[in-house]
Design a protein around this ligand. Structure first.
Ligand SMILES: Nc1ncnc2c1ncn2[C@@H]1O[C@H](COP(=O)(O)OP(=O)(O)OP(=O)(O)O)[C@@H](O)[C@H]1O
Ligand SMILES: [Mg+2]
Length: 585
């Protein structure tokens, strides 16, 4: 109920439209009753009293009434459709804006598919419950009120008799709709499982093929598809049986009512016209009764979807800005981690970072090395506040980053991640992402500096070529250089680089390396390094093991220690230092 109340606030701006819609609904209901009244006149005046004028005029009147009814229906459906779609639009915008404002941790907890389903499907369900169902309900109730009033006026005893008989049809109807609903829930589940299967195997088609799993996947697909077929058939069986059964029940009901009616007509307590109008009205009553039956389900689905939507809207970003947050300056002298510890939510027993103390002077390159799972990515994720330290603090130029404005903090950093994310847009927009206002010239200069200009020029439409999901595909090295150009264009004083682990061929490796070197010059760089060449060039290397800094120093110093770094070196990098060796990771 509370959820519904909150939903209603979305309708508030459209109150006037809704009022008009109700007016048109009432008009529709009135005109339906008028149609049955015309039938009464035809019989009583036309046939019984042999009034020729009436017989000539009534068909024309019938046309006019139907015309008006059509206009009223149109106006009401248009208004309701408009309000419904407006509400969907508003909720969807709000939901998207809120979702992207949420912190990183939300997205690690929530599968992307679920987030998309909230924004796409749930919003539609809400519209059903918020505008479609109430419209059907209002229209149905109005029509029932008008028609019931009319049949009571025509013959209240007969009305009473039919009220005993007609609910039988209602009971049967609700039985059918329950079964249909069960079948449709099953159908949706099977559809979801089929979609997930498609998503995984088409998205991962390379793996499917590489492991020759086509036949296996086709078989799995066929099984799921069969389940879907079975669920669909259940729904179809229910529907096809419900039509004739419902017809029989209504006809039996009407036949009984008719018998009573004939009795009144013979005893002359009811005119034949009243009788015909009565039967017609009863027929017209069937439709709203049927509609009302579906309203409940639509509302329930809508409320359930609304609950899920509000859950998203009510979740607050974990990373928040203080009200008196300050702007960070670009000319800071140092970055310091002071007794920083960190654990992920829900994993309180494992410290991923444990008492990290580290001071970096501006302009230095820090290489972070360590075994997989040692906490390297976690460490650099604290800098832009993707997560906040569980204890301790990170200072940039003496300012705790939690006291800084988030946009000013993040504008100090350019981030190049292991996987390059390119959007389905032009090369130019992809490079300018984050600084969309910059000129073509600037984009080109960044691309040149990233050794990307040449291959971009050879693309079909140069800088205007669409790349990404639906566009021209780029090689791994090309993608990385686009990402480097993007970071260069940000011209941020701090660079965070999660070096790609996948080895490129020697040629593009060299170009990417050159581009990276250029990107690092003059910046304070945090590099999660997998290449020996990067590590050797770093001003300081820190070795992370189980969340602690176990060693730090230059390559030579660390090798002499014969400790963790030496181990790593022996396992990972030694081959790389030999001429012609392959860099293993
Ligand atoms: N979102 C998360 N929720 C819970 N635990 C996480 C999360 N992300 C990482 N971890 C855990 O934190 C630890 C450190 O992970 P992290 O990604 O920082 O390692 P890494 O040093 O970057 O490893 P790699 O070299 O493989 O990239 C791992 O044990 C990992 O399982
Ligand atoms: Mg990592």
């Amino acid at each position: 109920m509370e959820i519904y109340k909150r939903l209603l606030t979305y309708l508030k701006p459209y109150t006037m439209r809704l009022v008009w819609a109700v007016v048109f609904m009432a008009l529709t209901s009135g005109l339906i009753a008028l149609q049955t009244y015309l039938a009464k006149i035809v019989v009583d005046e036309g046939f019984v009293n042999m009034n020729k004028t009436i017989l000539l005029l009534i068909p024309a009147a019938y046309v006019i009434v139907t015309l008006f009814k059509g206009v009223a229906l149109y106006a009401k459906d248009y208004l309701m459709g408009h309000v419904g779609q407006k509400v969907v639009n508003n909720i969807r915008d709000q939901l998207y804006a809120h979702t992207v404002s949420l912190s990183f941790s939300y997205f690690t907890k929530m599968p992307t598919g679920i987030i998309i389903s909230r924004i796409m499907n749930d919003v539609n369900l809400v519209q059903g419950g918020l505008t479609r169902a109430p419209a059907v309900l209002t229209q149905g109730l109005l029509t029932m009120m008008v028609l019931l009033g009319w049949v009571i006026y025509l013959n209240w005893r007969l009305t009473l008799a039919s009220l005993v008989i007609m609910p039988l049809a209602g009971i049967a109807l609700s039985k059918f709709s329950k079964r249909l609903r069960k079948a449709s829930t099953q159908m949706q589940e099977h559809m979801g499982s089929l979609t997930t299967h498609l998503h995984e195997t088409i998205g991962g088609i390379r793996i499917v093929k590489a492991f020759s799993m086509e036949v296996h996947e086709s078989r799995r697909f066929a099984e799921k598809n069969k389940d879907l077929f079975n669920a669909l058939m259940k729904a179809i069986k229910t529907t096809v049986v419900s039509h004739p059964v419902m017809e029989i029940i209504t006809v039996i009901g009407s036949a009984l009512v008719m018998e009573f009616g004939f009795y009144y007509v013979f005893r002359q307590t009811m005119t034949p016209g009243d009788f015909v109008a009565f039967m017609m009205a009863l027929l017209f009553l069937y439709r709203p009764m049927k509609d009302l039956n579906s309203v409940n389900n639509i509302v329930q689905d809508g409320v359930a979807a609304a609950r899920r939507i509000f859950e998203v809207l009510d979740s607050v970003p974990e990373i928040r800005e203080k009200t008196d947050a300050i702007s960070l300056s670009r000319d800071f002298q140092s970055i310091a981690f002071e007794q920083v510890s960190f654990q992920y939510d829900g994993h309180e027993e494992d410290l991923v970072l444990n008492d990290i103390n580290l001071t970096i002077e501006t302009g230095t390159t820090v290489a972070i090395v360590g075994k997989s799972g040692g906490g390297k990515t976690t460490l650099v994720n604290l800098l832009p506040r993707f997560y906040d330290a569980s204890s301790g603090s990170i200072m940039i130029g003496g300012v705790d980053i939690r006291d800084a404005r988030i946009d000013s903090l993040r504008s100090l950093m350019a981030i190049v991640t292991q996987q390059t994310i390119l959007f389905n847009d032009t090369v130019r927009t992809n490079i300018a992402y984050g600084r969309l206002e910059c000129s073509v010239d600037e984009v080109m200069r960044a691309a040149e500096a990233a050794y990307a200009h040449d291959f971009i020029q050879n693309l079909p439409q140069g800088y205007d070529t669409i790349i990404g999901e639906a566009g021209v595909k780029l090689s791994g090295g090309q993608r990385q250089r686009i990402a480097i150009a993007r970071a260069l264009l940000q011209d941020a004083p701090i660079l965070i680089l999660d070096e790609a682990t996948s080895s490129l061929d020697t040629e593009s490796e060299k170009e990417v390396q050159n581009a990276l070197d250029r990107l690092m010059t003059g910046r304070t760089s945090f590099v999660i390094a997998h290449r020996l060449s990067t590590i050797i060039k770093a001003d300081i290397i820190i070795v992370l093991k189980d969340g602690r800094i176990v060693e730090q120093g230059t390559h030579e110093e660390l090798l002499k220690l014969k400790g963790e770094y030496k181990n790593l070196y022996d396992q990972q990098f030694r081959d790389e230092s030999r001429p012609g060796g392959i860099g293993m990771v």
